[in-house]
Structure formats: structure tokens, C-alpha cells
Design a protein around this ligand. Sequence first.
Ligand code: MF3
Ligand code: CO
Ligand code: CO
Length: 270
Amino acid sequence: MADAQRSYATARPKTPEEIAKMRIAGRLAASVLEMIGDHVKPGVSTDELDRICHDYIVDDIDCIPAPLNYGGRGQPPFPKSICTSVNHVVCHGIPSPRKVLKAGDVMNIDVTVIKDGYHGDTSKMFLVGEPSVLARRLSEVTQECLYAGIRAIRPGAHLGDIGYAISKLARANRFTVVQEFCGHGIGDVFHDDPQVLHYGKPGTGMEMREGMTFTVEPMINAGRRHVKILPDQWTVVTKDHKLSAQWEHTCLVTADGFEVLTLRGEEDFS
Ligand code: MF3
Ligand code: CO
Ligand code: CO
């Protein structure tokens, strides 16, 4: 069957009122990543970073940290308010007082806040001290992969265009794309349809329409793409223990392209 004739799990386009709420939730999620940067340094534990983010989310911006007690299918509830994924941890790292950052580490912090019933979900890499050339390049390329995916967003384009753009750039840099985890529809629901794969073929998959909101969140590995889940049932690591990086934004399909709802002040898409 021609791909255009398949049916896909789709995304419910949001109303203008919902989009207004998504803009607010997105901006507040971004503010958490802007706030935490100064606290990321050698000697701080990921549990301390979780506590700072939790208190900021609850007390300063009056939001709910969506990961806290978030229940997956058959997984134990996630016990913390952010995910901290250091070095070979791909995603869903659990903050811990025993995980103390040291110079040379690279870490993803993933923040999801709920404001007025709507979610903003975003993550970025933080470099601790002076990481290796490889670690810095992996982080930079992964950010460019996110941006390449986002630039493929417009009405009439397909989700496969996003995955294609991401995987093409990753492969050109001799990195690999994690396939077990993907972006997702988001709004009043945290993890909604559709799945936004970070690999794919142009012109395949769900057609994007104005008003849809979803995340793009590529996980890119320095070694092989394969991952495993630790016995805590959350922490995802690379099987070969080589480095992994991830960046994430919550995005809106606009009339003529995209809007990044979790844009930080340091970023510029013009
Ligand atoms: N923020 C993650 C995402 O991008 C999900 C984390 S769920 C948690 O989808 F429970 F692990 F926090
Ligand atoms: Co997400
Ligand atoms: Co996230």
C-alpha cells in the first residue's frame, strides 16, 4: 500500500486557547533549564539538582513536575522531578545523592512541567568542566540533529521527514540513532500519539497539520545504537557503555512552519 494511504495514530490539533496554555507551559519549562545551568558544576549531586529544580517548579513558577510519580506501564512510579542522564545514560536517569558530577562529565537534564493542565517538555545537555572533544562534538551534533528535525516541521510535511533529517545528520557524523525511544504528542496528555521517530524516510508517516503539538527529542550515540534498561526499570544506558546525548523541544505546527514552545533565550531559529 502506498504510504499516503495507510492510517496513522494522529495528533489532535489544539484549539487557540490550548495553544495559549502550551506557550505558557513551554516557556516555564524552558525557564527551569535556564535557571539550573549555574548549579551544574563538579561536586554537585544529581539529587541536589533535582531538589533545586523541584523547589523552583513548585514554589517559583507554580507548576507540577510531571515526572514525579509518573507511572509507566508496569514500571514503578518515577521517584524524582527531573531526569538526569550522565555520560553513557541515554535517558530517564534517576537523580541520586550518590551520583556526584565530576569535571569531564556530560549530562542531559530533562524537564517536564504542567501548568493549567498543559505540559511543556524540554531537555538539553550540560558540559561539566572540560569534556573530551568527542563528548563535546556528540552534544553539538545532537543539538543540530534536533534543529534539523524541527526545521522539517510544517503543514503537509510528514513525520518521516523529521526522522530522516535527524538520522541523516547523525550518520554523516558517524553517530547512531537510538530507536527504542521517540518524541510524542503532548498537550493535556504527557505522552500522547503520535510517536515521533528519530529515523525514517521522507514522505512517510503521519501528515502534519496546523495546531498539532509534539516533541522532538533525538538520542544520539557515539558507539552502537543499542540500549538496555537497568534493574531500576527506568535508567536507559548504551549497551556498549559509550556516550549518548539528547536534546528536546516541544513544538507547534503553525500555518507556515513551526514554533518552538520551549525556546530558551540563548537559542535563535531565525
Ligand atoms: N521527559 C521525558 C520525555 O521526554 C519523559 C520522562 S518520564 C519520567 O518524554 F517519568 F521518566 F520522568
Ligand atoms: Co518528551
Ligand atoms: Co522530556
